[in-house]
Design a protein around this ligand. Sequence first.
Ligand SMILES: [Fe+2]
Length: 615
Amino acid sequence: MIVLGISPLDKDANAALVVDGQIVFAAGEERFSRQKQHVGFPEKAIGAALRYAGLTAQDVDAVAYAFLPAEKESELIAACVTDDAAFNSQRRDGGLTAALREADKRVPTRTQPVHGLREPNQRMKKGFAKETFYRLAGVSPLGSRRATARASEAWRNEASNDHHKWHKELERGLGDLGLLGKLKRVEHHHTHAANAYLWSGYERALIVTLDGYGSGLAGSISLGEGGKIRRLHGLRFPHSLGSLYEMVTSSLGFRPDRHAGKIVGLAAYGDPAVLSDVLMRRVVEEPGDFKLAQNLNVYFSRHLASRYPMIDVAAAYQHVLERVAGKLVEHWVRETGCENVVLSGGVTANVKMNQRIHELPGVRGLFVYPNMGDGGCGTGAAAHLSWPGGVGKPFETAYLGPEFSAAEMQAALDAQRLPYTRPQNLASDLAQRIHGGSIVARFDGRMEYGPRALGNRSILYHGRDPGVNQWLNQRLGRTEFMPFAPVTLWEDRERCYNKLSGAEFTAQFMTVTFDCTDFMVQACPAAVHVDRTARPQLIQRAMNPGYFDILAEYKRLSGYPSLINTSFNMHEEPIVCSPSDAIRAFLLGHIDLLALGPFLVEHPERHKADRPSGT
Ligand SMILES: [Fe+2]
């Protein structure tokens, strides 16, 4: 059965072709449209999927979409808001003002600089008028209840309108392709759950989905057994860890839909003890569930962000996320007796939370679906319709996007009049240049599916220079608080990371952090965060020989089995898709070398001025 899976159109629309439970092609529309997290019908990605598989739209047996009909979603949205109003009206948070005053006293004096911040205890200063409003609307009992009610109402209207709008857009797009009659809709968290379990390779697993919102829920707990999924519990919106994190991301000055990773990075610099007890006052922990009071009121986190150091605010939210998610998973692991946990949903992009879940007592195996956010839901929706039954094979590869021929790459180079060579042993040449301090962009094979670059659309550099996190990010137009991630040879994983057992498989897709060994700290300091964690991609040769060989050769030259791997794109642009995208980003980013398939290109203007000498 050939199923076209389409992820929600409201953010990061993706298309996937799933044939009898096997993902044949999957890619985000953003890569083709060049609009980050593309909003709208993914017509270019669908075209690329059909072209790749040699099919026409008429060959598709069904189309699967990762939301229920708009009317049903609107009903669920309204019910969530009504229930939440009742919950918040019964709560009284006496003593919050005093707790905040206590927190004021816990703010440490700091002198150690935090890269990207003007000073380590930087706050989000907004001026007297705004800050007064944040305090009244975020903290005062009456003001915060009113602000929450207004935010809930606004969210209800916006979310409901959005569902109707995207419903129309979906029907228009499918109508143009003659596929409207084949549309089937799948409840949102079922699609995340299918992604997490069906491709985990586990016979039996606890399935945990956590996101912002989907079909009335902010998460779900299910049991996967023998290739079947049985839901055990739904986590009701707006008690949403995704929304909680979106609030702090926005309050700290970042885009809530795409910059949550910056908060994870900032959090490692802060002290969670400053504010976590304040945040925990708003959490009601129940066995196997939790509630978050006034969770849609952004003024609470804005008040915290204007009053306390950004790093302490980030640290407290990260701590609370890890604690609440950890207790939830721990409970259901005990209930089900499952030692394998599989995760999906936007919140599980939080690599640090995933590490905590992996380290919980009773958890052995961990799998995080590589396209964990809503962009991944198309494959899950399609799997629901086309799964042949039985336990699936482990997720084989994230290289599921388009690929380009050597002739197409050569034509793109010729169009730019760029001179190139075609080395006999490209991997060896690249490794030597990286060892000598060059930055290399690698473009080869099928494009990665999901948010991570895993070698085929990657920028590579040696990890011996911790300063690279400043100067290379600056050159690429990025602000990051988390260091670049490493790619590490599979056979050296135990030398580099602690407590890997059970998470090695998922670490091939860069979905979890680990504590680093002393060897890793010394071998690749640029990839180790201040809390001594790193988010590696473990690479085996069978997964990507051309990429693996560069690293193996680098190890032979340097003795170190890790390199820095960062996504090949410019600031806020999607990762490159085509050879011409790659050439453009290469030239703009002043990257020393471009390995475009078999071709090697030197940057026309070697640009070492902004790099410290000796690197
Ligand atoms: Fe979702």
